[in-house]
Design a binder for this molecule. Structure first.
Ligand code: NAD
Length: 407
């Protein structure tokens, strides 16, 4: 095998790493050479020695960039690093391709092949083992429940002791997609009384299968591709009013609601935050620079309100569980690499149903249709594109953003 794979040390705020020693070991057995930038795995407790034992060579950053055919990262590297990439090299990661399409144009000019996980077609079953958004959202949902329990000043389970009985905590999860379901499962395992709420009626069965109660929304907003659609202003108002009642009855509110391509919906307005009892915990997984699901939430900050509620802006939950999230991410990367290597050489088949979307740039061209649209480039019609598919592709689904990359 002539392919050299490498990974780089991420920026200081990021604890994850794109390759784990376990995956390196499997890649080396498959014949790959692996280079790991020194200290890449430190924050995830993967030592340089562990990578060496797995068969990798620990090198400086410049060598990890210049000597590799395929470079795997978590977040898009800084501009100075991108500028060093050469024609024919492959970069795989959460590249924020739709947020910063101009960076992809630059990579196309450099003839770098960029694979951006936000572009993965998640509903194709073959792509599920490459789905970083799901693997990282799952970690984030789990950690969100733990962070809430840790900040909560009472017990999660019911406790019967000689000194009295403590009631179980009441946990409400708003948005029951991948992260929300994992938060529900974790809060249930901690013994809390859990309910879930979503505007997609299809999620009722999933919530109930975890033993939680489903609070049916009066607003039904299933969109295309299994996602929710954006609510109208009236629907949002109606939703906030109905949620206000549910929120008051709960001790912990974990919010995960996202709408592809849009700013996260505001589910908990300021009035609901003000009405919350002292000690109420809000964990906002949607907290971002664009805003979150909870009024006043700030990414990576915890705020105590005047009425004694706590709002945790849980933007970096996957990074806060770096060993588990990196292990899963690395397996996703391994599957992607298998799909671009044939007969010991790189083989980027841009006609493949998964790669045609996952590949942002190849051979000097912008490949992904979503990225082409973001750059106002013409999109080539697909031979098998039916009228139904076109109708389904509302703006919301066509334009899914990189909103979950920090999940
Ligand atoms: P997401 O991150 O886009 O959103 C999280 C949740 O928020 C979703 O359940 C959504 O319905 C909900 N939401 C959005 N607006 C809301 C609002 N105003 N009020 C309340 N809830 C709101 O979603 P996700 O976790 O990525 O997954 C969404 C769906 O896609 C799920 O059904 C999931 O099972 C499915 N999915 C399928 C695949 C696959 O087929 N391989 C992969 C990933 C996800």
């Amino acid at each position: 095998m002539s392919i050299v794979l490498s990974t780089l040390k991420e920026a200081d705020h990021e604890n994850r790493v794109a390759l784990s020693p376990a995956v390196v070991s499997r890649m080396v057995k498959d014949g790959y050479q692996v280079l790991v930038e020194k200290s890449s795995g430190e924050a995830a407790y993967f030592s340089d020695q562990a990578y060496t034992d797995a068969g990798a060579k620990v090198v400086d950053r410049n060598t990890a960039i210049s000597d590799a055919n395929v470079i795997a990262v978590i977040d898009r590297p800084d501009d100075a690093t991108l500028a060093k990439l050469k024609s024919g090299q492959v970069l795989i990661g959460l590249l924020s391709s739709l947020i910063d399409p101009d960076k992809m144009e630059q990579l196309a000019k450099q003839k770098v092949t960029a694979l951006s996980f936000e572009l993965l077609p998640r509903t194709i079953s073959r792509a599920q083992s490459m789905d970083v958004l799901s693997s990282q959202a799952s970690v984030a949902g789990y950690k969100a429940a733990l962070v809430a329990a840790d900040d909560f000043t009472r017990y999660m389970p019911m406790m019967i002791t000689a000194a009295g009985t403590a009631k179980p905590a009441k946990v409400l999860v708003l948005g029951t997609g991948v992260a929300g379901l994992q938060a529900i499962g974790t809060a249930k395992r901690l013994g809390a009384e859990v309910s879930g709420y979503d505007v997609r009626p299809a999620s009722k069965g999933e919530v109930e299968s975890l033993g939680a109660k489903f609070l049916t929304s009066s607003v039904s907003a299933a969109g295309a591709g299994g996602y929710a659609r954006q609510l109208s202003a009236e629907e949002q108002q109606k939703q906030q009013e109905e949620l206000a009642g549910f929120i008051k009855q709960n001790d912990i509110i974990i919010t995960t609601a996202q709408v592809p391509g849009r700013k996260p919906p505001l589910l908990v307005p300021e009035t609901s935050v003000k009405e919350a009892s002292a000690g109420t915990i809000f964990v906002d997984l949607a907290a971002s620079d664009l805003g979150g699901n909870v009024a006043g939430s700030k990414p990576s900050e915890t705020i105590t309100t005047d009425n004694g509620a706590r709002i945790i802006g849980a933007q970096d939950m996957a990074s806060q569980l770096p060993t588990a999230s990196s292990e899963m991410y690395a397996k996703n990367v391994q599957t992607v690499i298998k799909s671009i290597v044939k007969d010991d050489a790189l083989n980027i088949d841009t006609d493949d149903d998964v790669l045609s979307e996952l590949v942002a740039t190849h051979d000097g061209e912008i490949i992904s249709d979503r990225l082409r649209k973001a750059l106002n480039l013409p999109v080539k019609p697909k031979a098998d594109e039916s009228t139904d598919t076109k109708e389904d592709s509302s703006d919301d689904t066509k334009d899914q953003s990189d909103k979950k990359e920090g999940a």
